[in-house]
Design a protein around this ligand. Sequence first.
Ligand code: RIB
Ligand code: CA
Length: 362
Amino acid sequence: MGTERITRRTILSSAAGLAGMALPGTAFSQAAGARRVIIDTDPGVDDAFALLLAMRSPELKIEGITPVAGNVPLELSLPNALRMVEIAGRTDIPVAAGAKAPLQRRLITATYAHGENGLGGAVFPAPKIKPIADPASVFIRQVVRKYPGQVSLIMLGPQTNLATALASDPDLARMIKSVVMMGGSLSGGNVTPAAEFNIYVDPEAARMVFQSGIPITMVGLDVTRKTALTDAHVKVLEAANTPVSMAAAKIARNDIDLNRKAGNASGPNMHDSLALASFLDPSLLKWKPYYVDVETMGELTAGETLGYRPNEAGLRGSAPTLAGTKTSTMLRDKFVPNANVAIDVDSARFFNLLIGRLAGKA
Ligand code: RIB
Ligand code: CA
């Protein structure tokens, strides 16, 4: 899909157009009919961008933020989420601490990509605000039961918190309006050749979510690989000179340096911001329905998301072993999609929205 020259006016005018937002200089306010979301996240550089984007998006009623261990341990992802809430001036949003570890595995972090502190090494003051007393899984259950059929879960990290909530309340899945996830890939992983990080860290949790029956939107590496943040984007953020734009620019500058030192000529990719943006404007992406299942037994492939397309042969699994009792390869005898999967993205329009919102005046 097309690209266009990055200019601050292009960016700001197109971002404002999306939600009928007034151009910079007017106060930020919630739009009428704002959609209820909980954002589950492991900040994380791209998570931080996604959180700042969400908190500057009037289409969203953010019922809460639920940090989880992932990119960095919870001891860092929790305060990083609190810092973003303070920087965005949105201390109206409750933050509920989530899981310190995946359901059945040791925690594998991504400090190589996000820096030891999870923000590319960018240093911000310790947060003054505190999380609420309830843990994330209890908070998710409370909010979904308070607003049945109205709450969408925006999943930006390993899905441990949501899986724990689903396991605690068998009726919960049918009360959740939708799940939008940055997760998975139908075109190879970024931790192993098979697995994308969020699914790799907690494959069992992800499989519970994919098999829950909740309507799922999957924004995977297939499209997020096309969202490398550039120096031109950062310059627009620095020119805006607001608390949000400067925090984003500071995180970006630090993480770009980290990427360059690691030999990555481009990036960081805005994986999580694209997932959030897809909820704001699905027309940014092209979609296809798949039946997606998650490998959890593989010695090499655990965390792989396999996308089955309609075919008359049914959905096959691995060949049965002689030691096992199974004799058929069939998992399901007919194709029933469980996820809408993003297969292409208009990167220029996405960055106009992301940078335009982050550079907008509060
Ligand atoms: O694979 C990319 C995903 O893993 C993103 O959510 C990033 O923040 C990391 O959590
Ligand atoms: Ca993340």
